[in-house]
Design a binder for this molecule. Structure first.
Ligand SMILES: C[C@H](O)[C@H](O)[C@H]1CNC2=NC(N)=NC(=O)C2=N1
Length: 202
């Protein structure tokens, strides 16, 4: 199993082994489903045990880079919120984002200080374009995956991401966070104030 799980075998950019035959060998050993892989998939993507979903394997087997993945429709019937353990694993992949628990609902949060109120709105437009572009993997349904956008005190931006349809986090949320991290924001954000030494008193 470990040989099959070698990362380069799962690289979709340079497949060494046709993915379908790889998945088949992972999923059935002498006709029995491979519960270990199903267990990993269920934990990792929040799918119910009986769903032998390609989505799950696609999510599990494709690149570690969340920013090149596609969201699945939030109204997928067996999508459910991921566990806190899974969320704690994925949060490592989205630098700068915090995992928060708001009354039992896990969410992703990140804040920025923008140069001006209108730069904040420009930021929102960039994020809106990302959110609207999210389709499911075969582009049949434009599901879209949308963040909650806050602009307060004229230049303080906070973005919250969670999957409303399931009342918690799914991999969609981490994909959107990773894509937001990929935006070029240097024209919009206030320069970080360098850490000054202790203020001198005269
Ligand atoms: C049909 C479509 O998938 C739903 O309306 C989408 C739209 N965008 C969404 N965005 C978020 N964050 N959560 C959702 O549940 C959601 N649902």
């Amino acid at each position: 199993m470990s040989r099959l799980m070698h990362p380069h075998l799962f690289s979709l950019s340079k497949p060494q082994v046709p993915v379908v035959s790889l998945l088949r060998s992972l999923c059935t050993t002498h006709g029995r489903s491979n519960t270990r892989v199903t267990e990993i998939v269920r934990n990792h993507v929040g799918l119910l045990p009986n769903r032998n979903s390609l989505y799950g394997f696609r999510t599990f087997c494709t690149s570690e880079d969340l920013s090149i993945k596609k969201c699945v429709p939030c109204n997928a019937k067996d999508l459910r919120p991921m566990s806190k353990e899974s969320a704690n694993g994925l949060i490592q992949k989205v630098e700068g984002w915090d995992l928060v628990d708001e009354g039992g609902i896990l969410k992703l949060n990140r804040s920025w200080k923008v140069k001006s109120f209108t730069k904040g709105l420009d930021f929102f437009k960039l994020v809106a374009d990302l959110a609207e572009a999210e389709d499911n993997i075969n582009n049949m349904v434009n599901a879209g995956h949308h963040p909650d956008l806050h602009l307060v005190g004229w230049n303080n931006v906070k973005i919250e991401i969670w999957t409303h349809a399931v009342g918690g986090l799914t991999e969609n949320d981490f994909i959107l966070a990773a894509k937001i991290n990929g935006l070029d924001l240097h024209e919009l954000l206030r320069k970080k104030v360098s850490a000054r030494g202790p203020a001198r008193t005269t």
